[in-house]
Design a protein around this ligand. Structure first.
Ligand code: SAM
Length: 298
């Protein structure tokens, strides 16, 4: 069947299956083939890859990915879309749709099962999706925290391509020194190398969202960018540092682990960081030095 690359085609599907877009599930369907192609090209899918798609909707990205990958597994929460997907993906025998909430689905088990069915390791794993905006950050952070230290560092490796709100993409890809750099930027770049693939206008969705979007690629790192003595503590320092952005580091870190100002001052000094700096100026490496300082002072 024809791809769902037009508002008319999406409306036709909606009418045929009696499915109206649900705002609360973040349903904004892509109706522009160029953008679908950019997302799929951005994922750099190879013949032997597994694609895990989040929120297939009516299957536009799914179908394009299925033409390139060994297997595609797509997780969709909306039961009403399952018959639609059965219809739009009928020609593919390498696609599996799982009905469920991606935040409650054991994605590791899903990937393991796909590998077992395939009978050998994949050349790589790609996780992708035009994400429902109401849960963009938990989805991405959940994937990076779970798979960054495991699958990401394995032979197969992991690369992610997501369509997200433009403002979130900019924050994820931001480096030190600007207003967009924050705890999300540090966490994303700890696990991956983020890269903006393309900006996307709100015009290419049905219904049209209130904000513009962007496609971001996260190449999950094979090696840690910095060694830290305690990862949890590293992220606690980042969180506290950005907790009150306008405060100096000395002030925002005072109280972390119950440490008093004088002790925090000593830690910063031995890490070679001026306490009057603000978190938004710190590199990953500098955050790591501070976190190790807290660790040693415990
Ligand atoms: N991929 C389709 C496209 O590009 O046209 C649809 C994208 S739409 C922005 C987001 C999709 O995610 C919807 O199909 C929605 O039902 C689904 N979704 C929302 N919350 C979800 C969740 N918690 N788990 C899995 N899918 C979810």
């Amino acid at each position: 069947m024809d791809r769902l690359y037009s508002p008319t085609a999406v409306k036709l599907m909606q009418n045929r299956h009696g499915v109206q877009a649900s705002k609360s599930l973040g349903q904004n369907f892509l109706v522009d083939g160029n953008i679908v192609d950019k997302i799929v090209e951005g994922a750099e899918i190879r013949e032997g890859d597994l694609v895990l798609e989040i929120g297939p909707g009516m299957g536009v990205i799914t179908a394009a990915a299925a033409e390139q990958a060994a297997r595609v597994v797509a997780v969709e929460i909306d039961k009403r879309l399952i018959p639609v997907l059965e219809e739009t993906l009928a020609e593919f025998d390498n696609v599996k749709v799982i009905q469920g909430d991606v935040l409650k689905t054991d994605l590791e088990a899903v990937i393991n099962e796909a590998r077992e069915e395939y009978g050998k390791p994949f050349t790589g794993v790609r996780i992708m999706g035009n994400l429902p905006y109401y849960i963009t950050t938990p989805i991405i952070m959940g994937i990076l925290e779970k798979f960054g230290p495991t699958l990401g560092r394995s032979e197969e490796g992991l690369q992610c391509v997501f369509m997200v709100q433009k403002e979130v993409a900019v924050r994820m890809a931001a480096g030190p020194g600007g207003k967009d750099y924050g705890a999300l930027s540090v966490a994303v770049s700890y696990y991956s190398e983020p890269e903006l693939v393309t900006d996307v206008s709100r015009e290419v969705f049905l219904p049209r969202p209130a904000v513009d979007s962007a496609v971001i690629r996260l190449r999950v790192r094979k090696e840690k960018p910095v060694e830290v003595k305690d990862e949890k503590l590293f992220f606690a320092v980042v969180k506290a540092g950005f907790g009150q952005r306008r405060k100096t580091l000395l002030n925002s870190l005072t109280g972390l682990l119950g440490f008093e100002k004088s002790k925090v001052s000593e830690i910063l000094e031995s890490a070679g960081i001026d306490g009057i700096r603000r978190a938004e100026t710190l590199s990953l490496e500098e955050f790591a030095r501070i976190a190790d300082g807290f660790y040693d002072a415990k």
